[in-house]
Design a protein around this ligand. Structure first.
Ligand code: GBH
Length: 483
């Protein structure tokens, strides 16, 4: 692509960094090599293959466990400033506990980290991106309060092994996915359907686990290594269908963004007050005689509050919100509706659909979402930890080019017009990979992966060239697709 930068307002601030992301279960494969333990995703795909749309699984996927050198080469081709990847807990700690650290697991991540650093690319490491050891799931997983201690042990091992070279950390990727999607749909791993209590209990445990990891880093590792650690929180903007639904839309924003952000980022800590009040009513309505949202003690509020170094934000899509009609059946939170809030979701007819069923392209709400967070929690430092779109196969992914162009333009407006401090942007994802329940058929990659070749050949798409030109020019360039 021939590219020419135009207009200073389409230029990113000096020091702004670009990266691309992946996650262990989605790219590594090698699910049972060496002493690796079984994860909850291994268990799901092997015992309920029908949970995956195209009946594929992550047994081999991109085979990055063996092809990590090619992954680094791609990151280098793109000119990435950082590569975000996650650690597989059961690969590093086969029992799930810290009594055994895998030699081969350590070696794999050391190779990847050192290989990236050799090329001048920063490793940005996610400690947990959903592949919980099955051994811990057998003990209740995120529903067992002891997970907070198990995660703390895991995080300490991870920091001891890698914090000398890794300076930016994501503790837990998308609490909403592991708490809300999992228990509200029963379709992900673990396949447990319990939408009344489980999502809220899980939220509390995830926040405590994150807080412990942050505090370990802060006290034991930051003095030596001076890095940063935060959550990656997925935001789906909830826009009121019309003015009369605004109060409901705001309550839903508190449920998806506030439930995971307020305890960490607000000055007072704890649950968002409006949400706390609503979920107490929900509890009583359901006959619990108390809130479905477990309360925090004063100590817990203080433990969690302030445990951040930046705001990590994943942004993909949005929803229009209205009050449900009497008797209307409401889809599962957070993609299809909000039963606990008597809220139904709609899409704007003008929204372009992605390949995934949940996906609508809504760059116009990227900026309001960032502003909402800034207004609630103050002048935070934002890092966009994921953004991208699913398409079908093919190298000419015009849709993805336009998706990145439109979202990055909105991000620049947030930076230049609204004065938001955004320090970096991460494309999801470096290459096509195992897209959870959507399997290998849903393509999010800048690089296409040929899943039928033993080499898992990776080929840059138009969007890879486009992203490279953004990085090279530090601005949004004109391309063959520019209108
Ligand atoms: C992120 O999830 C993840 O961090 C990443 O691993 C993933 O590959 C990427 O985005 C693209 O999806 O069955 O209707 O409930 C985004 C949130 C969570 C969206 C699971 C789809 C299931 C849809 N995703 N969800 S539904």
């Amino acid at each position: 692509l021939c590219s020419v930068a135009y207009g200073s307002n389409l230029t990113f601030p000096p020091g702004f960094k670009f990266g691309a992301a992946s996650a262990s279960y989605q790219v590594e494969g090698a699910w049972n090599v060496s002493d690796k333990g079984e994860s909850i995703w291994d268990r799901l795909v092997h015992t309920k293959p029908e949970a995956i749309m195209d009946l594929t699984n992550g047994d081999v996927t991109c085979d990055s466990y063996h092809l990590w050198e090619r992954d680094i080469e791609m990151a280098t081709e793109l000119g990435l400033h950082f590569y975000r990847f996650s650690l597989s807990w059961p690969r590093l700690m086969p029992t799930g506990f810290s009594n055994k650290i895998s030699e081969d697991g350590q070696k794999y991540y050391n190779n990847l980290i050192d290989g990236l650093l050799d090329k001048g690319i920063e490793p940005l490491v996610t400690i947990f991106h959903w592949d919980l050891p099955q051994s811990l799931q057998d003990l209740g997983g995120w529903m067992n309060p002891l997970i907070v201690d198990w995660f703390e042990d895991y995080a300490r091992v991870v920091f001891s092994l890698f914090a000398d070279r890794v300076k930016t950390w994501v503790s837990i990727n998308e609490p909403v996915s592991i708490c809300d999607y999992v228990y509200n749909t029963g379709g992900m791993a673990p396949p447990i359907f319990e939408p009344h209590v489980a999502p809220y209990v899980c939220t509390k445990h995830v926040l405590l686990a994150h807080a412990k990891a942050w505090r370990i880093y802060d006290e034991e590792f930051r003095p030596m290594y001076n890095g940063e650690i935060s959550l990656a929180i997925p935001l789906i903007w909830h826009e009121a269908l019309s003015a009369e639904h605004e109060e409901l839309a705001e309550l839903l924003r508190e449920n998806i963004a506030g439930r995971y952000s307020h305890p960490v980022y607000s000055k007072e800590g704890g649950w968002p007050p409006s949400l706390e009040k609503h979920l107490e009513e929900v509890g009583k309505r359901k006959g619990f005689n108390k809130s479905v949202l477990p309360p925090f003690t004063k100590e817990e509020i203080d433990l969690i509050r302030g445990t951040y170094d930046y705001y990590g934000m994943n942004f993909y899509t949005s929803r229009l919100v209205r009050k449900a009609r009497p008797g209307e059946s409401i889809g599962a939170w957070p993609m299809n509706g909000a039963p606990d809030f008597d809220a139904a979701f709609e899409k704007d007819p003008s929204w372009v659909a992605g390949y995934s069923s949940w996906f609508y392209v809504t760059p116009e709400y990227f900026r309001p979402q960032i502003m909402w967070l800034k207004e609630k929690y103050g002048d935070l430092k934002f890092l966009i930890t994921e953004n991208g779109i699913s398409t079908g196969p093919g190298l000419d992914d015009r849709m993805r080019v336009e998706y990145y162009r439109d979202h990055l333009k909105e991000l620049l407006l947030a930076i230049h017009e609204d004065g938001v401090n955004v320090v970096g942007f991460t494309a999801w994802t470096l290459m096509d990979n195992f897209e959870w329940n959507d399997g290998l058929g849903s393509k999010f990659g800048l690089y296409e992966v040929n899943f039928t070749s033993p080499q898992r050949t990776r080929t840059p798409r138009a969007s890879a060239h486009y992203y490279k030109s953004i990085i090279d020019t530090h601005s949004i360039p004109k391309t063959i697709y520019e209108n």
